[in-house]
Design a protein around this ligand. Sequence first.
Ligand SMILES: Nc1nc2c(ncn2[C@@H]2O[C@H](COP(=O)(O)OP(=O)(O)O)[C@@H](O)[C@H]2O)c(=O)[nH]1
Ligand SMILES: [Mg+2]
Length: 240
Amino acid sequence: MISAVIPVYNEAGCLREHVPALSEILTAIAGEDWEIHLVDDGSDDGTGEIIDALAVHPRLFGHHHAENRGKGAAVRTGVLATRGDRVLFLDADMSTPLETLHLFMQAIDQGADVVVGNRKSNEATIERWQPPIRTWLGLGFTRLANGLMGLSISDYTCGFKLFRGEAARAVFAEMETERWSFDVEALARCARRGLVLTEVPVRWHHVDDTRVRVLRDVIGSFMELLAIRRRLGRIRPGAA
Ligand SMILES: Nc1nc2c(ncn2[C@@H]2O[C@H](COP(=O)(O)OP(=O)(O)O)[C@@H](O)[C@H]2O)c(=O)[nH]1
Ligand SMILES: [Mg+2]
């Protein structure tokens, strides 16, 4: 079974279109053996009602946070509710085209425990770039995270990652980072467990409508990174 988790914060504009598209791809891959978990993170634009309406479908599940807690907290809520032996999480705006899922499934079949989308590879196709400031900050964030944690991951924050189910649930049960740096904690915990991590180049189409507020989120993400380093120390792969 494949489980998909979508963290959702004020996405009333795109859910009705994107969730059926995802259901279709999952059906093509897994027949009826899929589920989708939509996690509404305290939205105030009617997203919650749309999720409830979609969740009348027997394989679609809605979860609600009473208040906005952050993408990391929402992904955690969703992942811990999954039952699949594959767990995908992806952004509501579907910046990575869903066809990519086939490649990610192959990587797991070939032995990976965790497959992360990589927008920085030469083989990645960026159909529409983020604003330059986001690209530069992203580069700084990646270097800093790698330096602090002793890892060498090309792209932490691409919102498209596939895990073996047990690995996802074990890692997310331990997660404490609630906002944007949660990807770093998740991948650091994967490395610490000695899980096999594969990066796959993706196609990416930046969607302008964003919940990222540069100044607020840069400071918040930096504080989160320091907290992750304090909690986990430098990672020795396979040490826990
Ligand atoms: N749960 C939750 N999800 C969020 C929050 N902010 C953003 N998201 C989700 O995270 C994903 C990526 O957000 P987006 O605004 O597209 O970020 P960008 O693509 O990096 O500009 C989307 O699925 C959002 O709905 C938040 O505070 N809580
Ligand atoms: Mg986006």
